[in-house]
Design a protein around this ligand. Sequence first.
Ligand SMILES: O=C(O)CCC(=O)C(=O)O
Length: 251
Amino acid sequence: MWVTTKIPTICRSALLDLADNRIPAVRLEGFATPTQTHNFLSALLTRACRTSSIEQVTRLGISQYEQGLCASKDNYFALAQRFSAEFADIFAASFSPLQRLIDQLGAAGFDADIMSEPGFGRYFAGNGKLRNGFSPIHVDFAPQDSGGWAVAEAGAQLAWNFYLRIPKQGGELLLWDKLWSPPDDQYQVVDSYYYQEDVVRGTPMVRVPVRPGEVIFINSRNFHAVAQAEDRLAYGSFISVFERRRLRLWS
Ligand SMILES: O=C(O)CCC(=O)C(=O)O
């Protein structure tokens, strides 16, 4: 349960509080300058391949859910190599938010890197997410659905998002103070990863306005959603937390 709804600035104890679900989010203001944000946004939109997940979300990149769980592990890791090379070109044309984030986590006292899978190699990390409409309530928590993958062994799972383009109205991040547990799946919408509103009925919620150039970290096991928005663009990945010390990034 959250002990406060205040959102602190990044530091080691704030990220551990987030992993323990004592706070709703952690903020990293000024992650990138307006010029860096613009250059990365342009490189991403012009060069990255799109793979849709649901009608409201167009993904620039791949996800372990769509290309792995819904297809196969071989498929995901073959694509992970291809897309990591493609994103290296995008970073070369602008800058690497992924490396910058890893450096920031290192500076906060963690051992941070990209996630690896024994026998398969590195995961892909860092997707663009272009949102149009209301992005429905969901959780992202590998132990829920990824048995047989190393990410399912994490003690906690966070997500970070670097905001690139946010409409003047709407597009807030909605966070509920409720960590997913198995009985919640009675509310899951058939054949999809999102949930009916009943799953969070009566649960405290915070509505977090987000700004271009900043990063927000959330505990992605908490139910969350994104308010109605047109052309909202963010870039980020998950962070699996191992032994409260090793942070591993993947998408
Ligand atoms: O873009 C955001 O603010 C949150 C995105 C989201 O739903 C997620 O990371 O799963």
